[in-house]
Design a protein around this ligand. Structure first.
Ligand code: MN
Length: 398
């Protein structure tokens, strides 16, 4: 017999699907949240017979269970852990632990590692359809699908959330056993396109709820959200490049999801401050009392930052003539350059002391320190008319 303890996301369930393809009814599977794994491990060690081979995929045990698993391994040899999370790298010290973040093909996922394991151990035969499925899961989990424009991968994850885990397993097993290539059926394609529109509307609404705050050395964007964390975190990050990371608060389940689009930020270390973990660009933790104070209590009074105007023709970012911003305190900012080299921020018509070497650097400073947003053309034109009037009046006086 086999037992598989895996994560309850697409990558974790991908492992379950491979296990069923390899072992059929000889495997018992439990999908867990990050926090529920240790309970399951304890239950397994206390109740299962020693003949059962234990796989743990996409998740890692706490220190106490790490030791207990080592004992079980020494007694039976029947354990294999496969993971790709940075926070699990220390488990490579054990013979039963294999934690690999990257290989020749790029970033790994638990499903791609498990597939490789099953194939090299002669437990599963490689097919086109399974390989395609595994690659979609890998691209989604590592977010490589985005730079590859591989929307099949995003759609696979959307389908995963549209149906129950059991139904998803069944759907995938059917087609992986019988089809030559992996694809969605007509009905799935229809509901997936409806789902995509729904996600778009959800993200548009959430963009208007984002608050900005300074936590320790970082600037964070905070939003309350229960669903579509990956899509939402990515979109908010890209629209607010001045923020180091986005924290998505799920109050119902008392969890925080962190995302960053920046290479110089490691959100797994931010999550680890509150007992969580994950990857450099995507991580999570429980909403501890400490986290609650910092992310909820101390930010509750903050107004959301209005979005930058999107359809401007005149007030446009990066023009040397000037780009006009405003903030919630009704301060106005003009960002311009006189010589195409030094960029200046004028606050309420008085230049700030700092000089910036690019428009982006100046805007980044402005948005971090003043929470200003790009105003619409009509506000910009009003401002220009006022300035023009002043000039005329002062000329008359001469
Ligand atoms: Mn994973």
């Amino acid at each position: 017999m086999y037992k598989l303890l895996s994560h309850n996301d697409l990558d974790g369930v991908g492992c379950g699907i491979l296990a069923k393809l390899a072992f059929n009814d000889k495997v018992k599977i439990r999908y867990n949240s990050i926090t529920a794994l240790d309970r399951e491990i304890e239950f397994f060690l206390e109740n299962d017979q020693q003949k059962t081979f234990l796989f743990i995929t996409d998740l890692s045990p706490n220190e106490k269970n790490e030791k207990r698993i080592q004992d079980y391994y020494q007694a039976t040899g029947n354990v294999q852990l496969l993971d790709h999370h940075k926070t699990a790298l220390h488990l490579n010290q054990y013979e039963w632990g294999k934690v690999l973040i990257e290989d020749e093909q790029g970033l790994t996922s638990a499903t791609s590692l498990f597939y490789q394991y099953l194939v090299t151990h002669g437990l599963l035969e490689k097919t086109e359809a399974i390989s395609e499925f595994v690659e979609l899961v890998r691209q989604y989990d590592t977010w490589e699908w985005e730079k590859n424009g591989n929307f099949q991968a995003q759609r696979l994850n959307a389908l995963f959330f549209l149906v129950s885990i059991e139904e998803f397993e069944e759907k995938m097993l059917d087609r992986l056993k019988t089809n030559n290539h992996f694809d969605f059926d007509e009905f799935e394609k229809k509901i997936l396109s409806m789902e995509e529109e729904k996600i778009e509307r959800y993200i548009r609404r959430k963009k208007r709820e984002l608050v900005q705050t300074n936590l320790g050395e970082f600037y964070a964007g905070i939003v309350y959200a229960e669903s579509y964390h990956s899509e939402l975190g990515n979109e908010l990050g890209k629209e607010n490049v001045h923020l180091d990371y986005i924290a998505m608060m799920n109050m119902g389940s008392k969890k925080i999801s962190f995302r960053t689009i920046h290479d110089h930020i490691d959100v797994s270390s931010i999550a680890a401050q509150y007992g969580g973990g994950g990857h450099q660009k995507a991580a999570g933790c429980s909403l501890t009392v400490e986290a609650y104070k910092q992310f909820v209590l101390e930010t509750f009074h903050i107004e959301p930052i209005p979005e930058d105007a999107k359809r401007n023709r005149y007030n446009i970012k990066g023009t040397s003539f000037g780009t006009f911003y405003k903030n919630l305190e009704d301060e106005v900012f003009l960002l311009y350059t006189n010589n195409e080299i030094d960029w200046v921020i004028e606050k309420n018509r008085t230049p700030l002391e700092q000089i910036f070497s690019s428009f982006n650097e100046a805007e980044w400073f402005l948005k971090r320190n003043y929470q200003a947003w790009l105003v619409r053309d009509d506000v910009f034109v009003d401002y220009l008319m006022q300035e023009a009037n002043k000039v005329r009046h002062s000329n008359k006086g001469m």
